[in-house]
Ligand binder design. Structure first.
Ligand SMILES: C[S@@+](CC[C@H](N)C(=O)[O-])C[C@H]1O[C@@H](n2cnc3c(N)ncnc32)[C@H](O)[C@@H]1O
Length: 222
């Protein structure tokens, strides 16, 4: 049975460490981390923060305030102790307009059905010239029919639903929200490192090394 997102994350939280813990997350972080490392911020938001993987990297931008938002209380309990932790829905953020000069949202927009609402909400809480860095499952996933799975603390495997978004849909939503694209990255597994992981070599043999993640770096237009 495929679990809806909220139910799945409540169940997954117990076994969800605050570091990149699978090859997909490592590929994603290899791209996101250098993007964040070039940015300077004062007030940062991590949307869909989960167990707070990106909180230390957001503090490293110089931000004096970092807030992690998530709709799963179980995930927030595992969140980073240094950050503010707020329970809320990414499509109805409990913040005023123009509060954050940096937003990160890693591997969570695939949980959002209405990409337009989500993108408008990111733009609303960003300052003018504020920056948004976010990642999504690459459209390769939907094209090839891959599913998302995780193992809960009792050892059971579960399927997790997600909403595939085409790159064109991201671009249309960003343009409509007044967010200008500065960079798009579409990384793949790397043969030297990731082939050592159980499953990745077989994956690459079967699928021929497609892009697995898409990362956007965008800025709010004045
Ligand atoms: C795949 S996890 C990623 C966690 C973290 N960003 C990371 O990359 O390590 C997605 C997270 O987004 C949260 N999430 C999904 N949909 C959400 C929504 N509509 N509002 C707030 N949080 C949401 C989930 O609870 C989960 O913690």
């Amino acid at each position: 049975m495929t679990l809806p997102a909220h139910e799945a994350y409540e169940l997954w939280a117990e076994t969800y460490p605050p570091v990149a813990h699978n090859p997909l997350m490592r590929v994603e972080q290899e791209v996101v981390e250098p993007l964040l490392a070039h940015l300077r911020a004062t007030c940062a938001l991590d949307v869909g923060t989960g167990s707070g993987r990106y909180v230390p990297l957001l503090y490293a931008t110089g931000a004096s305030t970092v807030c992690g938002l998530d709709f799963s209380l179980a995930m927030l309990k595992r969140g980073h102790p240094r950050s503010g932790r707020v329970c809320g829905d990414a499509c109805r953020l409990p913040f005023r307009r123009g509060v954050f000069d940096l937003i990160n949202a890693s591997l969570m927009v695939g949980d959002i059905a209405d990409l337009g609402s989500w993108t408008r909400e990111m733009a609303r809480v960003l300052t003018i010239r504020g920056q948004l860095v976010y990642s999504d499952f690459h459209p390769s996933w939907a094209q090839r029919g891959w599913s998302r799975t995780f193992r809960s603390a009792d050892g059971a495997m579960h399927d997790l639903s997600y909403n595939p978004h085409a790159i064109d849909d991201h671009l249309a939503a960003l343009a409509a929200a007044g967010l200008r694209v500065r960079a798009i990255r579409e990384p793949r597994f790397s043969s030297q490192r990731d082939d050592a992981e159980p499953g990745v070599k077989a994956f690459r043999r079967r699928w021929g090394n497609p892009q697995v993640v898409v990362v956007f770096h965008v800025v709010k237009e004045p």
